[in-house]
Design a protein around this ligand. Structure first.
Ligand SMILES: Cc1ncc(COP(=O)(O)O)c(C=O)c1O
Length: 380
């Protein structure tokens, strides 16, 4: 079966992880620091904390901002549920702003309308599919309306904005990533928070490790001593996973280049076809294609999305949908605030979006088969 994603681990990765298996420490040894330093250099942050997954990264990033309970946060509905659940877990009041219908990231004109009427404390913007948001506009709005910005950058590892791979933290207070196997690079499970403020990073590192603090003063009372003055968690990322991350990070550029080549083939094969809409890319964006979202007008082509998926599964092609708008899940329908009339683009997107297989080891032969089967189903 061909899925929309597949991780890639090579013999170099295995060799490197094996080496760590022989080290004295399997967790919280020197590879945690090493991985964090490499991530800082690659993505241009003063500080970085790696965590057990991208959800823990979002949860702690938001927590580190110390917002009052029920503070208003805005995000996009076209995202993974964790973007929203991590805000709810922090006691925040979640509101949505619709997506733009060409970039599929948050619509900044609609965002400004919402900002004018509400006292928004935090924006969690998502660089959906690997396409950076309109960060210049968001930055302008951030200054005008004075709110914090968190970039849920899980999809956009290796993307560039204005030709800059280090763009994310230039426009945000905090940036989070995930290293789940579906992502551009993997640590098995894993995530990271990037920031430029030491106090924030210290707090995240503290919360990652049960809230333990070991200052000089505390250690003077005995080297075994520590203190806890806040609720902490165990969201540590072991050395084994960090080792895999270090090895994978060294191949990121190669991974993204291949994804872009495969995306170009889809672009060429499906362009100018009635009933199909392809991702458009602005000049200032270097898309990393974590996802290749293709929109199919199923009504126009007279086939039900459900049937289309089922028929492709029979051909051993299992597509995905990214995403069912978060507010459509029962829990989030009850616990978040929205007006369906303001979310038309997201609803239409959900009706039409399919994520085509796109990953480093996807062969041209496999890709051609996907293209052929989709065209057969839609046009024969
Ligand atoms: C946009 C987005 N945010 C957050 C997450 C959560 O990351 P993780 O699965 O590592 O917890 C994901 C991962 O699927 C994601 O795609």
């Amino acid at each position: 079966m061909l899925y929309y994603t597949k991780h890639f681990v090579d013999s170099d990765d295995i060799k490197y992880v094996k080496k760590i298996l022989k080290e004295k420490k399997l967790t919280q040894g020197r590879y945690v620091n090493l991985f964090e330093n490499k991530l800082k250099t690659k993505f241009g942050s003063k500080y970085c904390t790696v965590l057990s997954n991208g959800t823990a990264a979002l949860f702690l990033a938001i927590k580190s901002l110390n917002l009052k309970k029920r503070s208003k946060v805005i995000t996009t509905p076209i995202t993974f549920s964790a973007t929203v659940s991590s805000a709810l877990m922090n006691g925040l009041d979640v509101n949505y702003v619709d997506i733009d219908d060409t970039t599929y990231t948050i619509d900044t004109a609609k965002l400004e309308k919402k900002l004018k009427k509400n006292n928004i404390k935090l924006l969690i913007a998502v660089d959906y599919a690997g396409y950076p948001c309109d960060w210049e506009k968001i930055n302008y709005l951030k200054k005008k309306y004075n709110f914090k910005v968190l970039n849920d950058n899980c999809h956009a590892i290796g993307s560039k904005y204005n030709n800059d791979i280090k763009y994310a933290l230039k426009y945000s207070d905090l940036v989070t990533q995930s290293f789940h196997p579906a992502k551009a690079i993997t640590t098995g499970e894993g995530g990271a928070v990037y920031s430029n403020i030491k106090k924030i990073d210290d707090k995240i590192k503290e919360m990652r490790n049960h809230g333990f603090i070991k200052t000089k003063e505390i250690l003077n009372k005995g080297i075994w001593n520590s203190n806890i003055d806040n609720l902490g968690y165990n969201f540590r990322l072991p050395d084994l996973n960090c080792a895999l991350g270090i090895s994978q990070l060294s191949k990121l550029n190669k991974f993204i280049q291949k994804r872009r080549e495969l995306a170009k083939i889809y672009d060429n094969e499906f362009k100018n076809i009635d009933g199909i809409k392809l991702p458009k890319v602005n000049k200032n964006v270097y898309h990393s294609y974590h996802i290749y979202p293709m929109l199919i007008d199923f009504d126009k082509l007279n086939i039900k999305k459900k049937v289309f998926f089922k028929k492709l599964i029979k051909k051993k092609i299992n597509l995905q949908v990214h995403y069912k708008p978060v507010f459509l899940f029962d829990y989030f329908r009850k616990k978040t605030n929205f007006n369906l009339k303001e979310l038309n683009n997201s609803l239409k997107f959900y009706e039409q979006e399919v994520s085509l297989p796109l990953f480093y080891t996807l062969s041209i032969k496999e890709q051609k088969r996907v293209i052929k089967e989709i065209k057969n189903l839609l046009y024969n």
